[in-house]
Write a protein that binds this ligand. Structure first.
Ligand SMILES: C[S@@+](CC[C@H](N)C(=O)[O-])C[C@H]1O[C@@H](n2cnc3c(N)ncnc32)[C@H](O)[C@@H]1O
Length: 269
């Protein structure tokens, strides 16, 4: 069973996690009338799509029942116009009709072998439309290498052996995957230097995202109370890799961005 998401825990760093979404949208032009947010999570960013394109029909798609429930609840309490949320897995879901804008942030790295998925999703983009996405590219950073190394050690290894770790590609690989006649692709990367407050902020950050599958795989009730032990060892390693400074703890975070535009049929030669 895939590890569950906790929307409240994920939203603890909403500002920092939301920034790449805004930077991505900054490179998307035009006036789409149909917009789909793939792996929309709790929907707080999906709502921004409506603010940007008020006439567009916006749909958020996500495989997590917890995330979709949160998105629907927020939409019911603070309606933001024609935004709807769909519980579906991106590996099987496709829109009924071509879409003007497919957008996605921090989701594809959870889908193993997602290059094929990208090529298939691109077929769902309407003529003149855009496929824009961003994924983390920090899987060689200590936050992740320490997690994998520690999880592979005893006594944790028997519980974490089958756990999938998120993974993404370099910007050039995505460009190579999507660039073809009839498409114009812009791919780049950015490293954010997030300055985080409070105790063990990097542990809190990764516990809401990348470390979830490992943490949830570890038993946390007697007689094997391994999760707490793991967290203490992981926290100590993270404090060393990301030392607290008088102004906060710096978390360098590299992300890859891709904006692929489908050239309108009338201008394709
Ligand atoms: C880190 S959250 C990102 C949420 C939001 N896009 C953001 O940028 O804050 C990743 C989301 O991708 C979703 N996800 C992962 N794999 C998925 C799949 N195969 N199909 C649909 N959603 C998926 C998860 O359920 C989760 O809500």
């Amino acid at each position: 069973m895939p590890a569950a998401w906790d929307p409240a825990q994920y939203l603890a760093f909403a500002d920092e996690r939301g920034r790449p979404y805004l930077d991505l949208l900054g490179r998307v032009g035009g006036t789409p009338t149909t917009v789909v947010d793939l792996g929309c999570g709790p929907g707080h960013l999906t709502a921004l799509l409506h603010a940007r394109w008020p006439r567009a029909a916006v749909t958020g798609v996500d495989a997590s029942p917890e995330m979709i429930a949160r998105a629907r609840q927020d939409q019911a309490e603070r309606p933001t116009g024609p935004v709807s949320y769909l519980h579906a897995d991106l590996r099987g879901w496709r829109p009924e009709r071509p879409v003007d804008l497919l957008v996605s942030a921090a989701a594809f790295h959870w889908v193993p072998g997602h290059l094929q998925l990208l090529a298939s999703l691109a077929e769902s983009v309407a003529s003149g439309g855009t496929f824009a996405f961003t994924v983390p590219a920090n899987f060689d950073a200590p936050s992740h290498t320490t997690l994998r190394e520690l999880a592979a050690r005893d006594p944790y290894a028997p519980f974490t052996a089958g756990v999938e770790h998120p993974a993404a590609h370099e910007a050039a690989t995505y460009l190579e995957t999507l660039a073809r006649p009839g498409w114009s692709v812009d791919a780049w990367e950015t490293t954010y230097l997030h300055v985080l407050d409070g105790p063990d902020p990097v542990l809190r950050w990764v516990s809401g995202t990348g470390a979830r599958p490992v943490l949830q795989a570890l038993p946390d009730s007697a007689p094997d109370v391994l999760r707490g032990r793991f967290e203490r060892a992981y926290a100590a390693a993270l404090r060393e890799a990301y030392p607290a400074r008088p102004y906060g703890t710096v978390l360098p975070f590299r992300r890859v961005f891709v904006v692929a535009q489908r050239v309108p049929a009338s201008s394709a030669s």
